[in-house]
Design a protein around this ligand. Structure first.
Ligand code: KMH
Ligand code: ZN
Length: 275
């Protein structure tokens, strides 16, 4: 088994201060919580940013500013920007984050109900996103909210729109997406091509159970306040680092070493240094 890659999804687009006072919103807060999570063992940051009012935005200048601030404090951390943004954003708006010169970016490979909303990702949109990432040399992480999204990702590979190492993130437990359980995870993992790597983002109360299953199976883990705001039942996590620390403890108990940023870069086939 490879060492465990931990991704921290620091703030996302949906969580507000009404949900938890600990959600980082400003560039300084996002950077400082990313730094703490990096020190705790996260090697990838899955990045969204917020505007002056704390609302989600894909504004290129804000992304550039936060990417620069994170690189200064976490020089070798893998920065993965979101191209998912928020459900109401246009494709053009979502693509702006790619201007911040990240190491990686998310590429959601299918449409999914998202609670009462729809997270729209038509095939032409997905192909356009993949083409732009390829042109810019940004490695995609396929975000799969359901089984069919894996097949769509493989269509991109077949068309030559994605080349090199393939890395998937299974987002499990979104209302409208695939349910978070071991049987579904095994089915998803079984349908991956040889050599691909994967992680799991268990949403809400599924975060740590799915993390434990993924660690035992040789996969990787995403945690963070974007996905889950509780450290244990009814108790708010006080920071992203606290969530990462819990994954590190579970991994230690299960005998799975945690990857450094350099090791994570090697496993994912990324260049050794930040861009
Ligand atoms: N906020 C969700 C609608 C991604 O970052 O690529 C989409 C999302 C996925 O968070
Ligand atoms: Zn996201």
């Amino acid at each position: 088994m490879d060492k465990l890659i931990i991704t921290v999804a620091v703030c996302g687009a949906e969580v507000t201060r009404n949900d938890t006072p600990y959600i980082p919103l400003t560039p300084e807060e996002i950077t400082s919580q990313t730094y703490e999570a990096y020190q705790a063992g996260a090697s990838i940051v899955h990045l969204h940013v917020r505007d002056d009012e704390g609302k989600p935005t894909q504004n290129a200048e804000i992304f550039k500013k936060v990417v620069k601030m994170i690189r200064e404090r976490c020089p070798d951390m893998i920065i993965q920007v979101s191209t998912g943004g928020a459900v109401w954003m246009s494709a053009q708006e979502r693509l702006q984050s790619l201007e911040s010169n990240p190491d990686m970016a998310t590429l959601t490979t299918g449409t999914v109900n998202f609670g009462n909303d729809v997270f729209m990702n038509s095939m032409p949109m997905i192909e356009k996103f993949a083409m732009i990432m390829k042109e810019k040399g940004i490695m995609p992480e396929f975000e799969c909210f359901d089984m069919g999204h894996i097949a769509n990702a493989m269509q991109l590979v077949k068309k030559g729109l994605v080349q090199g190492h393939l890395h998937f993130d299974f987002v499990m437990g979104v209302p409208g997406g695939i349910a978070a359980n071991a049987r579904n995870l095994v089915t998803m993992v079984d349908s991956l091509p040889d050599g691909a790597t994967w992680s799991v983002a268990g949403i809400g109360r599924n975060e740590f159970t799915m993390a434990a299953i993924a660690i035992a199976m040789g996969g990787n883990v995403r945690v963070g306040l974007e996905d889950n705001i509780y450290i244990s039942k009814g108790i708010l996590a006080r920071s992203n680092a606290e969530l990462v620390e819990k994954v590190v403890r579970i991994a230690k108990e299960l005998g799975r070493p945690v990857a450094t940023c350099q090791e994570a870069r090697q496993i994912l086939g990324l260049r050794g240094n930040a861009r």
